[in-house]
Design a protein around this ligand. Structure first.
Ligand SMILES: Cc1ncc(COP(=O)(O)O)c(C=O)c1O
Length: 397
């Protein structure tokens, strides 16, 4: 893969016509190392956030040996790449066939569930296995997060006790898992959820071997600057100490975004300008789904001469497809003179963006290069034990 110092070098050398993903494996490795050193438990990388081989290798180099897979395709891919890894099939709803293959052929012993019917399915598909770690997913409040994950999955408290009691009879290890929602902006999200878990364990009166706090660990975006990651770990570790679990209970987490967001940016080309709308060569059917559908803001940087007075103008972006919905409102702050042929670097796209690309309307090509510079912010300072959000370079605009 070609390597450049930064995105500016890339456009000077190539003048690309397709979007170009600028990969920073060192940032993923640094995030993984930070979690490995600071999280007092097992870290399952949520593969859905970005399953790219370069990223998986970087995370492995940073110490990740456990993976949260959501589908049988992810499970096959991770097993083939990391034969010795531990995989958890953490999607609470799976097909019987997927469970059977995961158990009998891929060596998976960890399964999430949130209903009696899923428990029956797991029991049948594994031929009544007695070596399972079963994690019952609880519905927890998602008020501190930017993307709710509390509607679709999770058993509510009135029904949790009986499901936990049933699962206890089958499981070698019984766990409770939850997801506070993606991009949790306060450590209190985990404190609140763990209080809920504590009450649920008391209701059920069962012995719990695993507490899995799921994903939700944040990344820095414009207008969404989270507190230091160390405070999240501190909140979780503190609550875990006093929970009603076995003395050797394990603490798990499943970060996706936090381990991958900082590891890629994307260079896009402006194809046309209409007022303060810039038509660019990527959009919601490419790597910018969250920018469009969730109105999420990302750091942007014009790859060219900075305006002398530093003044910036708010722009929105249209993607390349013929769909009106292919709109990213921003506002993205860029120099006023932006026009056709200009290039923009959009930061913090390592999580979800790249993984959600489709080829809609034939916009199915992009390039990838390695770059060596830092993005504007990181949650993971080089000194592993002190987690302060540090500004590495420039400002998020
Ligand atoms: C079960 C599960 N675990 C972990 C994650 C990763 O979440 P995040 O990227 O917010 O860390 C997700 C995301 O959807 C999920 O569904």
């Amino acid at each position: 893969m070609e390597q450049f110092h930064n995105a500016l070098d890339l456009i000077r050398s190539k003048q690309p016509t397709d979007p170009v993903f600028c990969l920073r494996p060192f940032a993923a490795e640094r995030a993984a190392r930070w979690f490995s050193l600071n999280f007092p438990g097992k870290i399952f990388y949520a593969v859905k956030a970005n399953p790219a081989p370069w990223l998986l290798e970087a995370l492995a180099a940073g110490g990740i040996t456990h993976f949260d897979v959501a589908s049988i395709s992810e499970a096959r891919m991770i097993r083939a790449r990391f034969p010795g890894a531990t995989l958890g099939f953490m999607n609470p709803v799976k097909s019987s066939r997927a469970i059977a293959e995961a158990y009998h052929h891929l060596g998976i012993r960890i399964f999430a569930l949130d209903s009696d019917s899923e428990l029956d399915k797991i029991t049948a598909a594994t031929d009544g296995a007695t070596d399972l770690s079963l994690c019952v997913r609880l519905k927890v409040p998602g008020g501190y997060s930017n993307i709710s994950l509390s509607e679709k999955f999770g058993v509510d408290r009135p029904h949790a006790a009986s499901l936990l009691q049933r699962a206890r009879q089958t499981a070698e290890n019984l766990g409770i898992c939850f997801h506070v929602g993606s991009q949790a902006m306060s450590p209190a999200a985990y404190g609140q959820a763990l209080d809920h878990v504590q009450r649920t364990i008391a209701d059920a009166g069962v012995i719990i071997d695993i507490i899995d706090v799921g994903g939700g660990f944040p990344a820095p975006y414009p207008g969404m600057m989270p507190p230091p990651m160390a405070l999240y770990v501190q909140e979780i570790a503190g609550r875990f100490q006093s929970m009603l679990t076995t003395h050797d209970a394990e603490l798990w987490c499943e970060p996706g975004r936090a381990l991958s967001a900082e590891a890629a940016s994307q260079v896009v080309r402006v194809e046309s300008r209409k007022g303060n709308h810039l038509h660019i060569n990527d959009g919601i059917y490419g790597a910018l789904y969250d920018a469009g559908m969730l109105g999420w803001n990302y750091p942007v940087r014009h790859l060219g001469q900075a305006p002398v007075d530093g003044a910036l103008t708010p722009f929105s972006f249209y993607g390349p497809t013929c769909d009106d919905a292919d709109l990213m409102r921003g506002p993205f702050m860029l120099p006023d003179r932006m026009g056709e042929g200009d290039y923009i670097e959009i930061g913090m796209l390592g999580a979800y963006g790249a993984a959600m690309r489709s080829g809609f309307n034939g916009f199915d090509t992009h390039e990838e290069v390695l770059v060596a510079d830092e993005q504007a912010f990181t949650m993971f300072p080089a000194a592993p034990a002190s987690a302060t959000l540090i500004q590495l370079q420039g400002e998020i605009k």
